[in-house]
Write a protein that binds this ligand. Structure first.
Ligand code: ADP
Length: 368
């Protein structure tokens, strides 16, 4: 028996055997939003996802959320150069005429549990604009001490609860106020949360299935993406998540997101659980894929080396409640990660940022 034939959910098998099921009605925008919200919730392993496409297909469940140790710092974070020079450069950016910004935060504050004893303000007065540059998506990194609100910002862009809605201020995507998750935004999390009863092929094709794309077309595209993220169509497409290494699992997560061509890719510590060698390989893969996507990436990481490598620019956040302290233009990833990390200018930028983040973390620890 081939891997593909292994234990797919019966209801889904039945559904896919019926030719009529291959030509579903295009979903309405409301159905799409609900499906994608459910998709995001399922990725996060949250309960209570409504209208999940898996429901009609027979109850897909995301694989267990394997949370790695939070504080695992990658080797590339360690400071190198002795000489510290300011890395900050004012970004010289032409504001494109007539195109709404990709994302705009207008003095956004988020307080969790407002009005209660345990009310907590995670971000305060966060204000920034990422313009929609013609034919070029930016790679924006969010950096700052642990707990300063980086994930809160990312999830506000995604429109995911309970981060959404903001307590004060406005979050806009392409000029529209964010009111829910949408097909223009795709998310990759640190922990691999795929559907454990779906093969790699069917995991990668999942979002297309939500969109009502027929089986043949979606599986063809899924095979292309399996190849693009460096997995083997022949050897890996029929495997189940538990048969994959952490790096392979994140390749699946990236393929599953990018196959949908979101205009905005939101990545929350996507490589945080990987060993340093795999992590560097994944950074190179991501940079290469991003170049061909023309999407804007928002990337949260604790690794300053990683941010400086993959990013175009970084927003450095203050300690909690997070607010943007400065914007840093970082060297473009024009070489493979390992090579770039030897560059003295690269090392200076990493060192300078590391020092600032470290200082904020110390202040936070002393304040607590
Ligand atoms: P970061 O990504 O920078 O580590 P987060 O955005 O995850 O920070 O969290 C910022 C702060 O908000 C943390 O102190 C965290 O404990 C708190 N926080 C996050 N989510 C919630 C929530 N749903 N309810 C209450 N507090 C939360």
């Amino acid at each position: 028996m081939s891997d593909e034939e292994k234990k797919p959910p019966e209801a889904e098998e039945k559904k896919e055997a019926e030719p009529a099921a291959e030509k579903p009605k295009p979903p309405s925008p409301e159905e799409m939003a609900a499906a994608l919200a459910a998709f995001e919730s399922a990725q996060k392993g949250e309960e209570g996802a409504k209208g999940k496409p898996g429901d009609k297909a027979g109850g897909d469940k995301p694989a267990e959320d394997k949370k790695p140790a939070e504080d695992k710092k990658p080797a590339e974070d360690k400071k190198p150069a002795e000489d510290k020079k300011p890395a900050a450069k004012k970004p010289a950016e032409a504001k494109p005429k007539g195109r709404p910004p990709v994302v705009r935060f207008d003095h956004v504050t988020k307080t969790y549990n407002p009005g209660r004893r345990n009310a907590f303000t995670a971000i305060k007065d966060v204000h920034f604009t990422v313009e929609d540059l013609p034919d070029k998506g930016e790679f924006v990194c969010l950096l700052g001490p642990s707990g300063c609100g980086k994930s809160t910002i990312l999830r506000l862009i995604a429109g995911l609860e309970p981060q959404h809605p903001p307590t004060e201020g406005k979050v806009e995507v392409f000029g529209e106020s964010v009111d829910a998750p949408g097909a223009d935004r795709g998310m990759v999390f640190q922990s691999y949360t795929s559907f454990d009863n779906r093969t790699v092929l069917r995991n990668v094709a999942f979002g297309l299935e939500c969109r009502g794309v027929g089986r043949k077309e979606r599986e063809e595209l899924a095979r292309e993406w399996i190849d693009k993220v460096g997995l083997s169509v022949k050897h890996d497409a029929g495997k189940y998540p538990h048969q994959l290494s952490g790096g392979m699992q994140q390749r699946v997560a990236i393929a599953r997101t990018l196959i949908l061509h979101p205009k905005i890719i939101l990545m929350d510590e996507p490589f945080g659980a990987l060993d340093p060698v795999t992590r560097v390989q994944m950074q190179d893969l991501l940079v290469n894929l991003w170049r061909s996507q023309e999407a804007t990436v928002f990337f949260v990481t604790h690794s300053i080396g990683e941010a400086v490598y993959v990013g175009d620019r970084c927003y450095l956040l203050s300690r909690s409640p997070g607010t943007i302290l400065r914007e840093v233009k970082v060297p473009l990833p024009d070489r493979p990660a390992l090579e770039m990390q030897k560059d003295p200018h690269f090392q200076e930028v990493v060192y300078e940022l590391s020092e600032q983040v470290h200082r904020m973390e110390q202040e936070q620890a002393e304040a607590e």
